[in-house]
Design a protein around this ligand. Structure first.
Ligand SMILES: Nc1ncnc2c1ncn2[C@@H]1O[C@H](COP(=O)(O)OP(=O)(O)OP(=O)(O)O)[C@@H](O)[C@H]1O
Ligand SMILES: [Mg+2]
Length: 259
């Protein structure tokens, strides 16, 4: 698998008179598992969508392996699991996967790939169930299963751990780490604070600014708090712009926070 490089330079998104994403500058590489954290409404979903061209940028640009981003650039290389389920709930799990595979895979390769993905996501015992009867967490995993069928280079997930119990949350984070270990670039927004160590890199978004970009191990010390949960409270002590300025002062945009 060739290694993907996503280059984001000074990306901003404006809605009405509000800038909901500001001055985002990051390089993301195949093989990384990037967890995106931040309070509700801070701009995590907007960041995910900006990275894959689902929202128009008001400033800056995103390059995919050095080339301007376009639907064409992503053809067959992107898996995206949005925050809200888009799975057709009237279908049986195996039916949904078969339809998804028909769209994404050459004929004849389906069965084995589908079975592997079902097992990988712990959905094997639910494969004959109608999607409307699955729990929220199981439905989320069906959405992910559909995206994994085509073995994408970039996997974007918006809150893949919401609705999961702590054990499933930890196993979802481990699964995402294992996909990244195979070369995939995995970017996931999450509130799974207990499992952050599974990620190789953390981005904290606050008021539309990236205010931390570094390894999980130095997250707490950077914010001067004892636990990852406490980061959220600490963010309130200064404005997003103040946190952003501090991030830049310590060289965050050159990727040296925590190193
Ligand atoms: N299309 C839009 N028009 C106007 N405002 C928007 C639009 N989309 C997002 N916003 C606003 O931008 C901000 C960031 O939204 P976003 O969905 O990115 O937040 P989030 O961090 O993903 O939140 P959550 O954790 O609740 O999912 C919010 O204040 C939201 O109300
Ligand atoms: Mg969101």
């Amino acid at each position: 698998m060739s290694h993907l490089l996503l280059t984001v330079r000074d990306a901003g998104v404006r809605r009405g008179r509000r800038d909901i994403l500001n001055h985002v500058t990051v390089n993301l590489l195949g093989g990384e598992f990037v967890a995106v954290l931040g309070p509700s409404g801070s701009g995590k979903s907007t960041l995910i969508k900006a990275l894959i061209g689902l929202v128009r940028l008001s400033t800056g640009h995103v390059l995919v392996n050095g080339k301007a981003q376009s639907a064409h650039a992503w053809q067959g290389r992107l898996g995206y699991v949005p925050q809200d389920d888009i799975v057709h709930t009237g279908l049986i799990v195996t039916q949904a996967l078969r339809y998804a595979a028909d769209l994404r895979l050459p004929k004849g390769e389906h069965q084995a790939v589908r079975d592997t993905v079902l097992r990988q996501l712990g959905l094997w015992d639910h494969r004959h169930q109608r999607i409307s009867t699955l729990s929220g967490g199981q439905r989320k995993r069906v959405s992910l299963a559909m995206e994994l069928l085509s073995d994408p280079e970039l996997l974007m997930l918006d809150e893949p751990t919401s609705g999961l119990d702590p054990a499933l949350e930890a196993s979802m984070m481990r699964l995402l780490a294992s996909l990244a270990a195979k070369g995939m670039l995995v970017v996931a927004t999450t509130h799974a604070m207990a499992s952050l160590a599974a990620a190789s890199r953390i981005l904290v978004v606050h008021g539309g600014h990236i205010v931390y970009d570094g390894p999980p191990a130095t997250l707490c010390s950077y914010f001067g708090v004892p636990t990852a949960e406490a980061v959220f409270g600490q963010l309130k002590s200064h404005s997003p712009v103040e946190w952003f300025n501090r991030f830049n002062r310590v060289g965050g945009r050159r990727g040296i926070v925590g190193s």
